[in-house]
Design a protein around this ligand. Structure first.
Ligand SMILES: Nc1nc2c(ncn2[C@@H]2O[C@H](COP(=O)(O)OP(=O)(O)O)[C@@H](O)[C@H]2O)c(=O)[nH]1
Ligand SMILES: [Mg+2]
Ligand SMILES: [Zn+2]
Length: 295
């Protein structure tokens, strides 16, 4: 699906949307009334069609929302292509459960996950251990440190006509990275104020910033994505573990879940011990869930 020449919603505040036109001009638009009847809400990230409204204050109407590749509710954003998952090697200690959870969600939503180990200057040996643990997952791994940001050609490739979000715990270096990338200080992909917000239902607005030939998603909150939120099912857990998908069909039972079943060929998988135990943990959580809801 190519979106060259399409209008895109890059911001939405109080029912008024900012649309980026193909010629890079930004205009204001209101949605057509019919969307509400159809229970459709224009979402930041949507590709759309617009018409002149005749209203000088809000000169355009969103007349059509194009089919979405994916959508998240919290944060509210559509058509995400890449999620850079920032994990610091120390301070804060790496939350590998969060990392695996986000990988599972990405795979479910057709988003490319990229692992970025940050603060590698603080413990170079730890980086090697982490890289070892994830190297057979088939996921791109990048590193950054105080001195080194990402090479220009890597940034170019990541953002090439793609919409990119950055996730990770508070303090891992998301804002620092964004500042290095864009030079923009006001971008808040991080959750610097999450601590203050915790427990309150404050939703900050989401915004897309055109960056190189793609977009950077400016929103905190990717790290609080929940597996319940994206409609994840038991069968989706293994999608986050390509090392396990690689042995499918080898075990005695076709539907083997690699949890100690008879004739399981788990030893033929290249999966690390840590990843395997987190896979089994997520599987248990989903099994519990499906029991509770009687599925
Ligand atoms: N040593 C070191 N510190 C870093 C690095 N990246 C960020 N920091 C520091 O870590 C702290 C948190 O960074 P910040 O970008 O605000 O994290 P955020 O909460 O994910 O946005 C700040 O004090 C940064 O200066 C790094 O690569 N190395
Ligand atoms: Mg931040
Ligand atoms: Zn098995």
């Amino acid at each position: 699906m190519t979106h060259n020449g399409e209008c895109r919603i890059i911001k939405g505040v109080g029912g008024e949307y900012t649309i980026l036109l193909p010629d890079k001009e930004e205009v204001l638009a209101k949605p057509r009334g019919v969307f509400r009847k159809r229970n459709m809400k224009p979402t930041v990230g949507d590709y759309c069609q617009i018409e002149k409204s005749g209203d000088p204050d809000i000169p355009y109407t969103i007349s059509e929302i194009m089919p979405r590749k994916n959508i998240l509710i919290r944060p509210s954003v559509a058509n995400i292509d890449v999620l850079v998952i920032a994990i610091s090697v120390v301070d804060p200690d790496p939350d590998l459960k969060l990392l695996d959870k986000l990988i599972i969600i990405c795979k479910k939503l057709d988003i490319e996950p990229i692992i970025l180990f940050t603060k590698t200057d603080l413990d170079p040996e730890k980086v090697e251990v982490l890289e070892e643990e994830y190297k057979s997952a088939g996921i791109r791994i990048l590193t950054s440190s105080k001195e080194e940001t990402l090479p220009d050609e890597v940034i170019e490739e990541i953002f090439h006509e793609r919409t990119v979000g950055i996730a990770g715990q508070s303090g891992v270096g998301k804002s620092t990275l964004c500042h290095k990338l864009t030079g923009m200080d006001h971008i808040e992909v991080g959750d610097i104020s999450d601590r203050l917000k915790r427990g309150k239902h404050t939703t900050r607005h989401v915004e897309l910033f055109p960056y190189r030939s793609g977009f950077l998603i400016d929103t905190p909150g990717f790290s609080s994505l929940d597996i319940g939120e994206v409609g994840l099912e038991l069968e989706d857990v293994i999608g986050g573990y390509p090392e396990l998908l690689a042995i499918s069909g080898k075990c005695r039972f076709m539907d083997c879940r690699h949890k100690g079943e008879l004739g399981c060929k788990i030893e033929e998988s290249t999966i690390s011990d840590g990843r395997l135990s987190r896979y089994r943990e997520f599987l248990d959580i989903m099994i519990e869930k499906s029991k509770r809801y009687g599925k």
